[in-house]
Design a protein around this ligand. Sequence first.
Ligand SMILES: N[C@@H](CCC(=O)N[C@@H](CS)C(=O)NCC(=O)O)C(=O)O
Length: 237
Amino acid sequence: MSTHSLPILYSFRRCPYAIRARLGLTAAKIKVELREIILRNKPKAMLELSPKGTVPVLWLEDKTVIDESLDIAKWALAKHDPLNLLKASTDTSKMQALISENDGPFKHHLDRTKYANRYLDEPPQDNRAQASAFLQKLNARLNDNEFLFGNSLSLADITIAPFVRQFSNIDRTWFDEQPWPHLIRWLDNFLKSPLFHSVMQKYPAWQEGDEITLFPDRSQIKTPNGLIPDQQGPQPN
Ligand SMILES: N[C@@H](CCC(=O)N[C@@H](CS)C(=O)NCC(=O)O)C(=O)O
């Protein structure tokens, strides 16, 4: 396998796990070489690194492979965390528990709500109700605070928000009618944020032999308020 001077990220734009990884890397100001993939045609090079065949996959310069989104975000922020996302709360076990609930039961019910036609033996309303119970819990946390763990952005927010976005996109009209105003405000602020916009740029699918695509690419970033997360500061070790 060839050597590389930047970490290589295999990613898929709309995947909430890949969005989480890109948010972590961007918040940590870590530049990577981006390889956008198509899920039904995964590159051989990616499958050689991570045979389980899920994105995101991060391949470090020392050849270490990190193929779990949460591990990628934590790896990045452990290197450099200018927004203090890891230190926003001292209650790390509570934060981890909320993330696990998101990745486990909530994602399970989200998928069964979104792809109800693949789960014909399961009443979709039940899955939507169970997913909604988790969202009510988030709404209650956001009642007193701007973010999930207090009044500053934390690992939990950037980790969970991509999944709430995915759920809200199933039926945004229905979502907006639910009695979770704090959740809607939190999601909308996330969707408007320069950080989110900076990780949602479109890239063509990568093919072996392509030129390197740097991520984040400042020249591609357009945000509603024109603010761009600064990527030009000194790179972390
Ligand atoms: N636990 C993994 C899950 C990643 C995952 O399931 N990603 C989806 C895309 S959103 C995937 O690659 N699925 C494989 C496929 O659809 O073939 C992580 O956190 O990185």
